[in-house]
Design a protein around this ligand. Structure first.
Ligand SMILES: CC(C)(COP(=O)(O)OP(=O)(O)OC[C@H]1O[C@@H](n2cnc3c(N)ncnc32)[C@H](O)[C@@H]1OP(=O)(O)O)[C@@H](O)C(=O)NCCC(=O)NCCS
Length: 384
């Protein structure tokens, strides 16, 4: 029965535990709750590094020296502006689009004007990666300004990646401490092994399609609530719960009804996600700084109930559980949380595309066919 089995292949639903690539970019110890970028623990990077430096590390393999870092940041800061036609397009959007659809649309549009669009060599791919990393924050901020009927705020070359994004959103230079916390949140989201969106980028790139197409695929994959869309839903849930004393009943009901609690569980981590640990610290810090503990107190109660009820199954807070509270205090609207995830993760996507295509092989898995065989073709006029 040649249709019924993919010969010599094993089947794993959702590709669980399947190794589909070899990479030196990042690694996860799901048992111990450790994440490393190019060998360096993210706790150390969150403490000592920043978006520019950690992005260089992921893209090129080593921490940059002073000259390399200056050069890289100058390239990144200099590539923030969008082609004029893309800017004009962002001024005439349909009503209420999903912001991730705008990221896909504007990036695919920007690809048409990319000076390297017909070049596929490594140097051109790096230039495209830098432009895409630089442009996603501008697209997100312009979209947000356009939907409010406000003027676009042009990128400020004096501000780093994190501070400039917050500035382009609001038109005000952010509090330096808040900008630093946002920078740390970006560092924590830069890369995460072969997650669904990175895999999507690699599938597209493995056909020798271009960098922009690979990143557009990844953005579409990140949009889903089981991946990048979870932090937005965490905030919805915390707001729905309303008060810490209502958390116990809400969670117990949800678990009874077999509903998934957003911001919990992970395919790889079977303990607390190390990124969640750091974001929790900053969510508490910002709640105290702005004297508003409403959401954090509900979140802490939810975590307590979940720990008691489901930690034995290996379900703990993931990166999305506390990030929404952090972003809320930084003035980022809820529906931009997933684009913000993309603004950081694009570094990992591009780094993986650069790495994978150096020793490329097209992704082409098999499917285990379980449909009928030997059916006769029935002409249209004889069908019931
Ligand atoms: C991340 C996620 C998709 C991983 O899924 P997965 O590895 O396929 O795990 P499963 O969905 O098969 O879950 C395994 C078990 O844990 C339970 N579980 C997993 N996540 C849960 C959650 N968030 N809340 C309650 N129970 C959960 C499942 O109900 C299942 O229980 P069962 O074995 O009794 O049926 C899943 O944990 C999830 O949907 N989490 C919520 C969304 C989220 O926060 N996503 C962001 C990820 S960074």
């Amino acid at each position: 029965m040649p249709f019924l089995t993919a010969e010599g292949q094993t089947y794993s639903k959702g590709l669980e535990n399947v190794v589909a690539a070899i990479s030196a970019i990042s690694a996860i110890d799901g048992k111990e709750g450790i994440l490393i970028y190019r060998g360096i623990d993210i706790e150390a990077l969150a403490k000592h590094s920043n978006f520019g430096e950690s992005s260089y590390l992921l893209l090129f393999g080593d921490l940059p020296n002073k000259h390399e870092l200056e050069h890289f940041c100058a390239d990144l800061f200099g590539a923030r502006e969008l082609p004029e036609n893309v800017v004009n397009c962002l001024k005439s959007l349909p009503p209420d689009p999903h912001p991730m659809d705008i990221l896909k649309l504007a990036l695919a549009h920007a690809a048409l004007y990319d000076p390297d669009k017909n070049r596929m060599n490594r140097k051109a791919k790096i230039r495209k990666a830098i432009r895409i990393i630089a442009q996603l924050p501008t697209i997100t901020a312009f979209y947000h300004r356009a939907r409010q009927g406000k003027e676009f705020i042009m990128p400020n070359p004096e501000l780093d990646h994190a501070a400039n994004f917050l500035y382009m959103l609001s038109g005000k230079e952010p509090d330096p401490e808040d900008a630093k916390i946002f920078d740390i949140a970006l560092v924590l989201h830069l890369d995460h092994g072969l997650n669904a969106s990175t895999f999507s980028a690699l599938v597209t790139a493995s056909t020798l399609s271009d960098m922009h197409s690979a990143i557009v695929s990844a953005i579409g994959t990140l949009k889903g609530p089981l991946h990048g869309g979870a932090n937005e839903r965490v905030l919805d849930m915390l707001e729905e719960i309303g008060r810490p004393e209502k958390a116990e009943k809400y969670i117990m009901n949800a678990l009874k009804e077999k509903r998934k609690i957003m911001g919990f569980g992970h395919r790889v981590y079977k303990t607390m996600d190390p990124r969640a640990k750091i974001l929790k610290e900053y969510a508490i810090k910002l709640s105290d700084k702005y004297n508003d503990r409403r959401l954090i107190d509900i979140a802490l109660k939810v975590e307590e109930v979940m720990k008691r009820e489901v930690s034995k199954k290996g379900i703990y807070p993931n990166v999305d559980f506390y990030s929404g509270i952090v972003y809320k205090f930084l003035g980022i609207p809820k529906d931009l949380y997933t684009p913000v995830f993309a603004i950081a993760r694009v570094v990992g996507w591009t780094a993986h595309v650069l790495e994978y295509t150096e020793a490329n092989r097209i992704f082409r898995p098999r499917v285990l066919y379980n449909g009928p065989i030997d059916r006769e073709y029935i002409p249209l006029e004889q069908r019931p």
